[in-house]
Design a protein around this ligand. Structure first.
Ligand SMILES: [Zn+2]
Ligand SMILES: [Zn+2]
Length: 486
């Protein structure tokens, strides 16, 4: 008879991404009989230039992964699923029912972008970095057929209902305000004669959402001995530092008879900003006579998804009056020559994809124009470039010399991530927190936040996740950290 030993069962956790892109957490459950089960939480695409090469390799065998858990449908969390399936992963992909329905919208669009950027590259005869061994410039990472195949492995789960994935592991999803369909996930691992291991993955996390209510995590979960994997995107930002400016910028711009361009992410942000404009109209702060142009096919697919699911949402109608869907090239041209005051909502949020690529170079030199970025813009994006140029300065854009005469603003007031104080509040609710593993943040932010958690929450252990080391946790918290060697 085996002697009961509390250190016999472990969960090894490695974040395969350094910062906030290409999210994928590799988890390996090691059982007392020396068998193991591997699963992943999210499987994102690296969108930032400097990490691009990592899209072509997984530091594990896809066929060895038993199942995948998906927290939400942003591309930096799901963008490599079709690639994973193509390379031999044939387990189930568990996520919320809504996220399961949203996934094909996001991934089909990504497959199309991947194909078109390959075509663009080959026309330009771009020399591909030869240090990327599996890179094949004639073939995209995956195509629309690969997306379809992968989607047959998706299983949508109800929120707050425990689901047994295999003999030892069960998962329970909790609604999370980050996006429609987003979830935090509790993983419970049980084995005869062992204390259970509980791991709670916040996913990208928010406490609230304009479109639905977020219930608090049930008390029975809050009382468990938890190993918490928390996101930390805003781990160094307090909530009250973010001042709302959007409404005033809209009002001011329309008062000055300008063209107002608002850059939006297709999923969530387009709908939220439309709702905000509707509120401005409904309160008489924005005239319903002002034309609002909406441009971006993917965003309109999400608009339709929100409308279809309106019965489950708090906001039944988010569409302002006088919205015109932009119907392609000709229509866009008439907008560009129109001098009347108007609002243009366009994708992509960072300005480097979609119709934004047409509007921004056209309007940046016009003084009667305000441009608002409705969210974060990464380095090396058109959005970041336009913000960094000094107002009035002459600069080069797509090879053309241009003056920056439009007013350019960014607001983070629509951010879908919890801030430092909100994340700490979440941690305070857990009555028996064993370990906090800090994930999904810029390297310096993760360190600052880890320090803050130690000072304010003081769980047994606080550690920082990253691709170079694995954290081994057991029923009683962190056991050790060791180098990750794929
Ligand atoms: Zn996200
Ligand atoms: Zn994320």
């Amino acid at each position: 008879m085996r002697k009961k030993n509390k250190a016999d069962m472990y969960l090894d956790v490695t974040a395969l991404h350094e910062e906030v892109t290409g999210s994928c957490i590799l988890c390996t459950v090691r059982y007392p009989d020396r068998s193991k089960t591997q699963f992943i939480v999210d499987c994102g695409l690296f969108q930032e230039e400097k990490y691009q090469a990592q899209n072509y390799n997984f530091p594990f065998e896809p066929k060895d992964i038993a199942f995948a858990l998906i927290t939400h449908t942003h591309i930096d969390h799901i963008g490599r699923i079709p690639k994973l399936c193509k390379e031999g992963f044939n387990g189930k992909i568990y996520t919320s029912t809504l996220a399961g329905e949203l996934m094909p919208i996001a991934l089909t669009n990504t497959a199309e972008i991947l194909s078109s950027s390959i075509q663009k590259n080959s026309k330009k005869k771009v020399i591909i970095d030869s240090s990327v061994p599996i890179f094949d410039s004639t073939k995209p990472l995956y195509d629309v057929d690969d997306v379809q195949n992968a989607m047959s492995q998706v299983v949508g789960l109800e929120y707050n209902t425990s689901f047994k994935v295999d003999e030892h592991i069960s998962v329970r999803l909790f609604k999370n305000g980050h996006t429609l369909g987003a979830c935090s996930i509790l993983v419970t691992i049980k084995y005869r004669g062992q204390e259970p291991i509980y791991a709670f993955f916040t996913g990208d996390y928010n406490t609230h959402n304009t479109f639905f209510n977020v219930e608090s995590i049930p008390q029975d979960v809050l009382d468990l001995p938890i190993n918490l994997v928390t996101e930390s995107t805003y781990g160094n930002t307090k909530k009250d530092i973010i001042k709302p400016v959007f409404d005033n910028l809209v009002i001011e711009s329309m008062k000055n008879d300008e063209t107002l361009i608002i850059l939006v992410f297709a999923f969530g942000r387009m709908q939220e900003i439309k709702n905000r404009l509707k509120m401005l109209q409904d309160t008489g702060k924005l005239s319903k006579d002002i034309r609002i142009f909406s441009d971006g096919n993917l965003a309109h697919s999400y608009d339709d998804f929100y409308k279809l699911n309106a019965e489950h949402l708090n906001v039944k109608n988010f569409m302002p009056a006088n919205v015109e869907i932009v119907q392609g090239y000709e229509h866009r041209n008439t907008i560009l020559t129109d001098r009347k005051p108007k609002i243009i909502l366009t994708t992509s949020g960072m300005g480097n994809y979609g119709p934004a690529q047409i509007y921004l170079p056209n309007y940046i030199s016009r003084p009667k124009c305000t441009i608002i970025f409705g969210g974060y813009t990464a380095e090396n994006t058109l959005g970041r470039k336009l913000q960094d140029v000094t107002p009035g300065e002459l600069f080069e854009l797509n090879g053309v010399m241009t003056y920056k005469r439009a007013k350019v603003y960014t607001t983070t007031e629509f951010s879908s991530h919890a801030k430092q104080d909100e994340l700490l509040d979440l941690m305070r609710k857990f009555s028996n927190l064993k370990t906090v593993l800090v994930n999904h943040g810029d390297a310096d932010v993760k360190k600052i936040f880890a320090k803050k958690i130690t000072e304010e929450i003081n769980p047994k252990h606080v550690a920082i996740l990253g691709p170079n080391h694995t954290m081994r946790v057991g029923a009683y918290g962190l056991l050790k950290s060791y180098p990750f060697n794929p």
